[in-house]
Design a protein around this ligand. Structure first.
Ligand SMILES: NC(=O)c1ccc[n+]([C@@H]2O[C@H](COP(=O)([O-])OP(=O)(O)OC[C@H]3O[C@@H](n4cnc5c(N)ncnc54)[C@H](O)[C@@H]3O)[C@@H](O)[C@H]2O)c1
Length: 367
């Protein structure tokens, strides 16, 4: 198929390269001209595993900063993968998607239907709203988010447990199922439904995972206070097949660019429906409470003048992402409590930390 990816950032570029290696002709559209140039010259360097190799091996992937290229060249399927930043109330700002759809509208009504797939994380109800705006221009809209973790995006896209398709109509759903049939090396459960249900499913899945993490940390904190063995307790609970061990470890709270904000977005969406997501709110509160517990443990364990070392403070080892990192939040809290903190990290992370926290920490490059 000829597939256009509108927004080839962290997620979109991986998706584009994975589709290309499965035999599709892929055109990536991005607003940043210098980035487009680097992609076409294959000089772009990503921190995401496998991306640089896939880019250099690619033959049927190219990038452009002109959205018209996907329209005049008859691309069958367009995925929108631009960023959707969080807003203070916990929802998502869709302005980058709107710039894209605004540009599509400016090109007028299409002769044949175009399948436009929203791959970004959006507030429930948003795809239907867009469908209304684009219906007269001959676009069919579907919602199809990704369940991936940064640091493992390429593999997560190839081996998903489930593919979530919020289909605009049955034909659009079939088309997406065919694409994933060519992409996935696992045998994922294909979950087809209407776009609103899929939008809720995406947020609710991450809300469930954060709840599981917060539950494990609550039990772990209690066990630690009581002098019991947190790891053994959680391993036993997780061995019950109704519960499972995944995400049931005692450790840092949940963080990073997806979990906290999806959880909050579901809470915010529930409020628009006159519903209060008590679980989502409790999960968030537990995450904060757990950080305070970890802080009190560290302060009690180390003497006042002792150097306290943090090996890696990115939200997930191996990544360079510090957004909502609980490891970093703990290091900051320890340093702000007046303790000497040494952070060992990759040079890029140290640069980010110096910019944000200056000399709150001492730094050492992780070898
Ligand atoms: N990165 C992840 O791990 C991850 C995981 C799950 C879901 N998501 C969701 O996927 C979406 C994309 O996330 P990301 O991390 O890839 O974002 P990103 O910021 O890395 O990439 C967005 C890209 O879109 C481009 N862009 C912005 N406006 C544009 C326009 N008008 N036309 C063309 N290109 C434009 C930007 O230049 C950038 O390259 C978000 O909704 C995010 O919540 C991301």
């Amino acid at each position: 198929m000829k597939i256009g990816i509108l927004g080839v950032g962290k997620l979109g570029l991986c998706f584009a390269l994975n589709l290309e290696r499965c035999g599709h002709e892929v055109l990536g559209i991005d607003i940043s001209e210098s980035y487009v140039q680097q992609l076409n010259q294959k000089t772009f360097q990503s921190h995401e595993p496998q991306v640089n190799e896939l880019l250099s091996l690619s033959k049927n992937f190219r990038a452009s900063s002109h959205i018209a290229d996907v329209l005049v060249n008859d691309y069958d399927l367009l995925f929108v993968m631009v960023a959707t930043p969080s807003v203070p109330g916990g929802g998502y700002d869709h302005y980058q998607i709107e710039r894209i759809t605004g540009a599509l509208v400016n090109f007028g009504q299409r002769d044949k239907p175009i399948h436009l797939v929203i791959g970004c994380t959006v507030m429930p109800g948003y795809t239907a709203e867009l469908q209304k705006q684009l219906h007269d221009y001959n676009y069919i809209l579907s919602y199809n988010p990704e369940f991936i973790a940064q640091g493992n995006i390429i593999e997560d896209q190839l081996y998903p447990d489930q593919v979530l398709i919020g289909e605009g109509n049955a034909e659009a759903g079939d088309m997406l199922e065919t694409v994933y049939g060519t992409l996935c090396k696992s045998k994922p459960t294909i979950c087809r439904m209407d776009p609103l249900s899929a939008e809720i499913t995406k947020l609710a899945t991450n809300c469930f995972l954060t709840t599981k993490i917060s539950f494990a940390n609550s039990i772990g904190d209690l066990a630690t206070q009581a002098g019991a063995d947190a790891e053994k307790i959680l391993a036993a609970i997780g061995s019950d097949s109704r519960i499972g061990n995944k995400y049931l470890k005692y450790g840092f709270g949940f963080g990073g660019p997806c979990f906290p904000r999806d959880n909050r977005a579901l809470n915010a969406y529930a409020e628009t429906q006159g519903n209060e997501m008590l679980i989502g709110k409790a999960t968030d509160n537990v995450n904060r409470q757990h950080l305070q517990f970890q802080l009190s443990q560290i302060l009690a364990k180390h003497k006042a003048e002792e150097l306290i070392i943090f090996n890696e403070v990115s939200y997930k080892p191996g990544t360079v992402i510090i957004e909502e990192s609980q490891q970093l939040a703990l290091a900051v809290a320890v340093a702000q409590a007046g303790r000497k903190v040494l952070v060992r990290e990759k040079p890029l992370v140290i640069e980010l930390l110096k910019e944000k926290y200056g000399n709150l920490f001492a730094y050492e490059v992780l070898s």
